[in-house]
Design a protein around this ligand. Structure first.
Ligand SMILES: Cc1cc2nc3c(=O)[nH]c(=O)nc-3n(C[C@H](O)[C@H](O)[C@H](O)COP(=O)(O)OP(=O)(O)OC[C@H]3O[C@@H](n4cnc5c(N)ncnc54)[C@H](O)[C@@H]3O)c2cc1C
Length: 487
């Protein structure tokens, strides 16, 4: 059963502990730092619950309907359906909500196609995962995750002789009813809006740190859980027209802090196995399902970028200059490329694990790598096309509330191709992509959300058919004639 936006907003008011510095936020749906973001998430739920969009966003299994992000695909057609639903929600937020309700759902759904990977490590944990998957899809839960050590320490060897309390989230006690965890984990994007959070590890951790391997799900209002938010970008914004993206699309990032948090065994999926705490995501389609969504989301963002680049050039009066058209051609080529990479993952789908269909892993990782490598360059291309015009716009659109200022603004800030107020909105939108704090955060996000570049490229290295490539070289070498001995 799909939740409505109102139901989703009600679930956010569950007493969770969110901090902005020393300020405790009691209701994220009412606080000025978060309320617009909360509305954006509620809007996504309403979009999908709309009976007229049932075919686009939902599927039926055993007489019940679920949101399509939870579909364990069995055929190419399933993959196409799932992709279309993910693209429609990414379009609705222009690709700016990276950890939207479709994201971590993909990870849990991928695990649920092969729970035996967990079951083989510890009897009962695979069943726990399947029951959790059922619970999450039935209640249309919004899941976030914190799967990166926040201390900066990846290995016990890296900081020999370091004497401090170990702040990494880890199991500090266990008994018949479950485990108790304490410590912190980065970086719980969207957790202030989500229903639950998955803890675990997406990057390798040292075998000596196996108490940190704990992989489990917990509600965000669990006793002892708090979220320490970074600066919320919507907080200081008075008018949407001044910071259009900061105002509506700040998905938020928080450090997850757990102080003696009790997790019952039925919510635990892995315990005490450092190596497998990461491998479960690549030995199942979990990592692929999740990052297939990341690729689709980047595609939605790229569509906005290409349109915006063109609109900026029209407003600047540069759009007919051949050198500028070449840059616009590059933008258009980038958009077609990422769209093609998404479709390619489905055309070259893999029958894996048995009985299921998964987007092509190599193409998915190649797209992930391409997006990570090119985002900064794309933003710089936009910045170069812009010129200094964002800074020509007044500090606030509230100039239009003063008749004298408005008259001058409308007369002098317009150009032959665009009215002053529209120009203000356009350049402020562009500034929120290339220059504001929101923009800076997205630069970091696109560089790191799937791990640093070493981690991302390692995925392509691991999946590459090196034997086939070597065979090609060896075959060619074998054909090369060497002259025979003549003397
Ligand atoms: C905006 C944002 C949102 C995020 N959201 C989430 C989320 O929702 N959930 C979550 O769990 N995590 C999230 N993250 C965290 C993300 O997973 C990590 O940032 C990412 O894994 C990189 O880890 P790190 O930040 O510790 O940087 P590091 O891995 O330490 O990398 C920093 C730099 O050091 C270099 N480096 C590191 N190790 C080596 C090495 N061995 N050799 C050479 N160079 C090296 C890297 O290449 C990089 O340049 C988010 C991060 C950001 C920025």
């Amino acid at each position: 059963m799909l939740a409505t936006g109102k139901e989703k907003l009600d679930r956010m008011r569950d007493g969770r502990a969110v901090y902005i510095g020393a300020e405790r936020v009691d209701d994220v749906t009412a606080h000025p730092a978060f309320r617009q973001g909360a509305q954006t998430i509620a809007g996504l739920y309403d979009l999908k619950a709309d009976p007229a969009k049932r075919e686009l966003f939902t599927y039926e299994e055993n007489g019940e309907r679920y949101a399509l992000q939870w579909l364990r695909c069995r055929t190419r057609d399933d993959l196409v359906r799932r992709m279309r639903a993910l693209k429609a929600t990414a379009d609705a937020t222009y690709g700016f909500i990276g950890r939207s309700p479709e994201q971590v759902a993909g990870l849990i759904t991928g695990l649920a196609t092969n729970p035996s990977v967990l079951e083989n490590l510890h009897a009962g944990f695979g069943d726990n995962l399947l029951r959790y998957y059922e619970h999450a899809r039935r209640n249309d839960l919004y899941l976030s995750f914190a799967v990166t050590p926040a201390s900066g320490r990846k290995s016990a060897e890296l900081f020999p002789g370091q004497h401090r309390d170990d702040p990494n989230l880890q199991v500090v006690a266990e008994d018949d009813s479950g485990v108790t965890v304490s410590g912190m984990k980065m970086l719980a994007t969207s957790a202030v809006y989500a229903d639950e959070i998955l803890i675990g590890n997406l990057t390798p951790i040292d075998e000596k740190l196996k108490s940190e391997a704990i992989t489990a799900a917990l509600p965000l209002n669990a006793p002892g859980v708090s979220l320490w938010s970074r600066q919320p970008y919507a907080y200081p914004v008075r008018h949407e027209a001044d910071y259009p993206l900061s105002y509506r699309f700040d998905e938020t990032d928080s450090v997850l802090v757990c102080d003696q948090v009790k997790i019952p065994w039925e919510r635990v999926f892995l315990h005490n196995d450092a190596a497998m705490s990461r491998r479960i995501y690549i030995e199942t389609p979990a990592n692929c399902y999740q990052n297939h969504h990341s690729n689709i989301r980047f595609w939605a963002k790229m569509e906005l970028f290409v349109g915006l680049a063109s609109r900026i050039c029209q407003a600047n009066g540069t759009d007919r200059i051949p050198a500028v058209r070449e840059t616009l051609g590059r933008f258009a080529a980038f958009e077609a490329l990422i769209g093609g990479l998404v479709h390619g993952q489905i055309e070259a789908w893999e029958a894996w694990p048995e009985g299921f269909a998964t987007p092509n892993r190599r193409i998915m990782y190649a797209a992930l790598n391409w997006c990570q490598e090119h985002h900064t360059e794309i933003i710089d291309m936009l910045r170069t096309l812009l010129g200094g015009y964002p800074l020509v716009m007044p500090a606030s659109i509230d100039v239009v509330t003063d008749a004298a200022l408005r008259e001058r603004f409308e007369r002098w800030w317009k150009t032959p191709s665009i009215e002053a107020v529209d120009r203000h909105k356009l350049y402020k939108l562009a500034w929120d992509i290339v220059g504001s704090e929101f923009a800076g955060r997205h630069m970091l996000y696109e560089k790191f959300y799937a791990g640093n570049s070493i981690v991302v490229r390692n995925q392509s290295d691991r999946e590459a058919p090196w034997e086939r490539f070597h065979g090609i070289v060896d075959g060619l070498l074998a054909r090369i004639q060497v002259p025979e001995e003549t003397r």
